[in-house]
Design a protein around this ligand. Structure first.
Ligand code: TLP
Length: 354
């Protein structure tokens, strides 16, 4: 299958490096990053810390490793991590908080994935001889499985302030924090400054092939460096990857509004297809989640049929499908996806699939 004729809406992780990234990778100055001697990695870490107006940053091979290193540094074995029920750290990170940090998740359901202090407060536990104590509060912005929803800054700030009054750290899974910043019309430093630590991905909407950053103060990052090594994330001449990350960091944020416009186009088109349920007003970033119960098909069936038309999507539940926009899918691709879905749902392609 010619990759270029495919409309790949499975995730914004599927983007391929731009020509500028490939050039930067080829020309990157490198050294051994386990000795902190890779000049390009060092430059990326400095630049990320500067953009987030924080003391330090650390380059990770993945967002999962960045999140899990943060959990390990913030918590002790036997503690609980409060998060939203749909949190990536709970649902898509291989139970690492239990296996590696010895922590249990305390998942709370919140409308649109947006926790508030009122929801969290009753579940915070101090040290006791009968129940596990809370070690960490974790928020996700944007919330992936809640359809790319965005935290109102005052809600996140209140959670951090109140948690800090109880000496509880708050970690942000900001895999798509630049999308949140774009949707809010604010800077990433402004919307993340109350958090103790922030993870963001270079390899999603920003377009780098590999890599995520963990941000925090110097003491936190030097602990995280040790934990990263424990996890096998000590990379050597990683400057070839960091070089692409630097391009992503400088050039990626400025074009995210295009992905958001395309996501809105998809949402509005989906809302017109009989049997599909979606509220386009809730699509404010690059993730489009919709329910297909009314079509009489399962999500997996529809995704399989769409793939025949070279439109790739992910089923996220029995009746929920996710489409994610990114720079390798343009408006015409989104229109093609809508057309293909209309055909699948109306049954006209049923015979094309075994
Ligand atoms: N999300 C992936 C899948 O794992 C679901 C995707 O396609 O969206 N936090 C959030 C909110 C994420 O969405 C992801 C990846 C991560 C962390 C982990 O990043 P990686 O894939 O780099 O480990």
């Amino acid at each position: 299958m010619n990759r270029d004729s495919v409309v790949d809406l499975r995730s914004d992780t599927v983007t391929r490096p731009t020509p500028a990234m490939r050039r930067a990778m080829a020309e990157a100055e490198v050294g051994d990053d386990v000795y902190s001697e890779d000049p390009t990695v060092n430059r990326l870490e400095l630049r990320a810390a500067e953009i987030f107006e924080r003391e330090a940053a650390l380059f990770f091979p993945s967002g999962t490793m960045g999140n899990q290193a943060a959990i390990r540094v913030h918590t002790c074995p036997g503690q609980e991590v409060i998060c939203e029920a749909r949190a990536h750290i709970l649902n898509y990170e291989m139970a690492t908080m239990a296996a590696f940090s010895g922590c249990l998740a305390r998942p709370l359901h919140a409308e649109d994935g947006i926790l508030t202090w009122n929801l969290i407060a009753p579940h915070v536990r101090g040290r006791s001889t009968v129940r596990a104590s809370t070690g960490l509060v974790e928020l996700e912005n944007t919330s992936n499985l809640a359809g790319g929803s965005v935290y109102p800054p005052e809600v996140a700030d209140e959670i951090c302030a109140r948690a800090h009054e109880l000496s509880l750290p708050v970690h942000l899974d900001g895999a798509r924090i630049f999308n949140a910043a774009e949707a809010l019309g604010k800077g990433v430093a402004e919307i993340t400054r109350s958090f103790d630590s922030v993870m963001f991905c270079l390899s999603k909407g920003l377009g780098a092939p590999v890599g995520s950053m963990l941000i925090g103060n110097k003491a936190f990052i030097s602990e995280a460096r040790i934990v990263r090594k424990m996890l096998g994330g000590g990379m050597r001449q990683a400057g070839v990857l960091a070089a692409a990350g630097l391009v992503a960091l400088e050039e990626g944020p400025g074009r995210l509004h295009v992905d958001h416009e395309n996501a809105r186009l998809l949402a509005e088109g989906l809302a017109e297809i009989p049997g599909i349920a979606i509220d386009p007003q809730k699509v404010v970033t690059n993730i489009v989640l919709f329910d297909v119960t009314g079509t009489g098909h399962t999500a997996a069936e529809i995704c399989r049929r769409l793939a025949v038309s070279k439109v790739l999507t992910n089923p996220m539940g029995a009746t929920t499908i996710r489409m994610v926009t990114h720079y390798d899918v343009d408006r015409a691709g989104c229109e093609r996806a809508l057309l293909a879905l209309r055909e699948v749902v109306s049954g006209s392609r049923t015979n094309a699939v075994a």
